[in-house]
Ligand binder design. Structure first.
Ligand code: ADP
Ligand code: ZN
Ligand code: ZN
Length: 737
């Protein structure tokens, strides 16, 4: 007899599977790994996925509960996606149940059938009739048979509840061989002809060389497409996708943020007549599931989404693209801390397809992979069409007064560009009106009561807001320390810069683009319309502005404060800053008009700024990589970060001290070579949202050693008596430390 004990992955933080007996009405040969089941769990019922089948369990058989229902006839995911999920759980040292919980659309997690909405019909099989002996003691099944008898052409699944039927009853009938479920997909239309709605651009020599290389190889191959901003990477993606579709395959495209790049999406939709599925946050759960099903069943030619779209199954995978591969949003920073870019490479390997990682400012990790021969480099060094690269200039603002964050010379320059009929982009990486509220009499500063952080001043409506824990409070009217009433906002954020620019340039529209302004519906669309109208205007915004936009009429990009990045304590600070400035600068002069980039700084002779403005990002990346090699930092070293936080200041530290001791023991017992354990130390912001946070860094020269250590350590931590008082997590390949 085939094994009938189910090892079920359940949505639980615990890194283990749970044993159940098969549901009473399911024969063992119907069971397969990857099917969903509904199981009793405590007082609830949970939906889980069968991750293993066995004929024995450590749980005594009288204690072993039976699953309530088998929810899928076949495994939910294609084999490659199942493998990807298993690998994700293993690599990020996360429970499989919770990993699947991240990977699957919410309705599937709740037990919804993994079938397209209109596609399911229930139909009686010959030999089914209301008096059938097998259903005389099951009134719901009897009702179902009576109802279906009135629907000779089948009853749509979407309508069963209107007829008082339940899926469970129908599925029970199905397993008794009295009812069948018809699952053909009506969307299976032949490949539309012609494939293209719009002719491709004529590729320039560099684009053609990249395409020849990519299309010349079959099977798994990882390409790093390093193309300066405006060099036509998107055109390379589009033409590679075209060939992918022509060969009858599907393409998966990951982008950092969807709401921000309507133009890019429009280019995909305008180019192809194949169905493009976009997984954006505006979809409701049902739409999301339908999109997922269209991808899995091969009905969607192109699937575009953010980070989590990496888990979308494809019936006929042909190509994966990760645009702006350096972008930090590919890394999930809580729960399952995966990096979608890295998973994409592994997925391409599993599915034996090509992957293109594109960026103007490639991550050092990817450049290192090129050095190691794992990825192959393709370069686009020239801007496409007639566009020229922008010119860079640092503007020394030492002892110059700033208004709204702008120096006088910069304000004048903005006026010049506007008067020539051009658009200007002002970049300031701080939301709100001002980063601090200060008492002019005694120097008191408004701080968050729950974090080691200052409150940001916001206007309209006026209030103080902590950007770390989201707590808000009314603006102080008097200083709580000296009772003085001269409280002043210090420094500038986007709102203040906007206000100042409005006052200076009353005749020109000033558009603010940050998380607050963009949360208003239509704001993005309005912004896009103004930008496309080509009328002179000023865009003020945070890094949202830096992401992949194409602003053809922007001729001046002003970066108001570059100094923050120069002081960063994080070893990735210089890489990040160079990426950000290069990306923002890349919005200038993307069409016929030449672009100018101004960087306001107090440290105009800082070597990093000089290097950036004179030699550009590639030179910085190369030098930084060499320095990382010497300092033995990632990507030359592998890191895992154990974080802990607790209400009690000492508990987190204590927990990590014990973790450290256990890790040291494991290193000794298992003779793990070249491992460093650093810490515990307080986290960069020790108190956040009322909790005290600390971290222990584990480093190793070999990835496998590090994984072995973490793998041995985590079960010990799960059993730790304080594991409930302390909230802890493991972050493999942390980006944020
Ligand atoms: P990137 O993605 O590298 O920033 P884009 O693909 O957005 O660059 O291209 C920048 C601009 O150049 C776009 O307006 C695009 O239409 C144009 N472009 C790209 N490739 C070509 C080409 N081969 N011929 C003419 N224009 C091109
Ligand atoms: Zn005061
Ligand atoms: Zn706070």
């Amino acid at each position: 007899m085939p094994p009938s004990i189910l090892q079920v992955a359940l949505p639980s933080p615990l890194r283990r599977l749970f044993d159940y007996q098969a549901p009473a009405d399911v024969a063992p040969e119907q069971l397969q790994i990857g099917q969903r089941v509904r199981v009793p769990f405590g007082r609830r019922a949970l939906v889980g996925v069968i991750a293993g089948l066995s004929d024995q369990s450590k749980v005594p058989s009288d204690k072993l509960k039976a699953a309530e229902a088998l929810l899928d006839r076949a495994p939910l995911l294609p084999p490659s996606l199942w493998q990807l999920c298993l690998w994700t759980a293993r690599y990020y040292q996360h429970g499989l149940g919770d990993t699947l919980n991240v990977a699957l659309p919410v309705l599937l997690r709740q037990g919804e059938a993994a079938l397209a909405r209109q596609d399911r019909l229930w139909q009686l099989l010959p030999g089914a009739y209301p008096e059938h002996p097998a259903i005389q003691r099951a009134p719901k099944q009897k009702l179902a048979v009576q109802t279906l008898a009135q629907h000779p052409h089948g009853l749509s699944h979407a309508l069963i509840s209107q007829w008082g039927l339940t899926r469970d009853a129908l599925e029970a009938l199905e397993s008794k061989g009295l009812v069948e479920r018809i699952e053909q997909s009506p969307h299976h239309i032949a490949e539309p002809l012609p494939l293209l709605r719009q002719a491709p651009l004529t590729a320039n020599d560099e684009q053609q060389a990249a395409l020849d290389a990519i299309l010349g190889k079959s099977g798994f191959h990882a390409w790093l497409l390093e193309g300066v901003t405006g060099s036509g990477k998107t055109e390379v993606y589009l033409q590679a996708i075209e060939q992918c579709l022509r060969s009858g395959h599907q393409a998966l495209v990951l982008i950092p943020e969807i709401g921000l790049t309507p133009q890019t999406l429009a280019r995909f939709q305008q180019r192809f007549s194949a169905p493009v599925v976009i997984l954006h946050s505006g979809l409701n759960d049902r739409e999301r599931l339908d999109a997922w099903i269209a991808a899995r069943d091969g009905d969607a030619g192109i699937v575009i989404g953010t980070r989590s779209a990496i888990f979308t199954p494809l019936a006929r995978p042909g190509l994966i693209i990760v645009d702006e591969e350096h972008d930090l949003s590919y890394k999930q920073q809580e729960g399952l801390r995966y990096n979608a870019r890295d998973l994409a490479v592994y997925r391409a390997h599993l599915e034996k397809v090509a992957i293109i990682l594109g960026s103007a400012t490639a991550s050092l990790e990817s450049l290192h992979n090129v050095e190691q021969g794992r990825y192959q480099l393709l370069r686009l060094t020239q801007r496409a069409g007639n566009a020229k690269p922008p010119s860079f200039q640092c503007l020394d603002i030492r002892s110059r007064p700033l208004e709204g964050g702008l120096s006088r010379p910069l304000t004048l320059l903005i006026g010049e560009h506007l008067s020539k009929g051009n658009q200007v982009l002002v970049f300031i990486n701080r939301r709100g009106f001002a980063p601090t509220l200060m008492c002019h009499d005694c120097g008191w500063i408004a701080e968050c009561k729950r974090c080691d952080a200052r409150m940001t001043v916001h206007q309209s409506p006026a209030h103080l807001h902590c950007h770390h824990c989201n707590s808000q409070r009314p603006m102080d009217k008097h200083c709580p320390k000296c009772q003085g009433s001269d409280l002043r906002p210090l420094g500038a954020g986007t709102e203040r810069t906007e206000e100042h620019l409005n006052a200076c340039f009353p005749d020109f529209p000033v558009l603010r683009i940050d998380r607050e302004s963009m949360s208003r519906k239509k704001a993005m669309q309005q912004m896009m319309e103004t930008i496309q109208s080509a009328q002179p205007c000023i865009l003020v915004g945070t890094q949202m502005l830096a992401k992949g936009h194409h602003f053809p009429d922007v001729t001046l990009v002003a970066i108001l404060d570059a100094d923050g990045g120069l002081f960063s304590a994080d070893f990735r600070g210089p890489e990040r800053m160079a990426q950000m400035i290069t990306q923002v600068a890349g919005r200038a002069g993307r069409a016929e008009k030449p672009g100018q980039v101004i960087i306001q700084t107090h440290m105009a002779e800082h070597p990093l700024l000089i290097e950036l403005t004179e030699q550009g990002y590639p030179a910085i990346a190369k030098r930084e990589l060499a320095e990382r090699a010497v300092a033995q930092l990632p990507p030359y070293r592998f890191m895992a970060l154990l974080r802990a936080e607790a209400n009690n200041g000492r508990a987190a530290n204590q927990f990590l001290e014990e973790a450290l001791q256990q890790a040291e023991l494991l290193v000794e017992q298992h003779q793990l070579a070249e491992v460093d354990l650093l810490g515990p130390v307080p986290s960069p912001m020790e108190r956040r949202a009322g909790r005290f946070r600390a971290q222990l860094l584990m480093q190793a020269a070999q990835r496998s050693t590090l994984h072995q250590l973490v793998h041995l350590l985590l079960p010990l931590l799960e059993q730790h008596p304080d594991a409930r008082k302390v909230r802890w997590s493991i972050d493999i390949d942390p980006l944020d430390m």
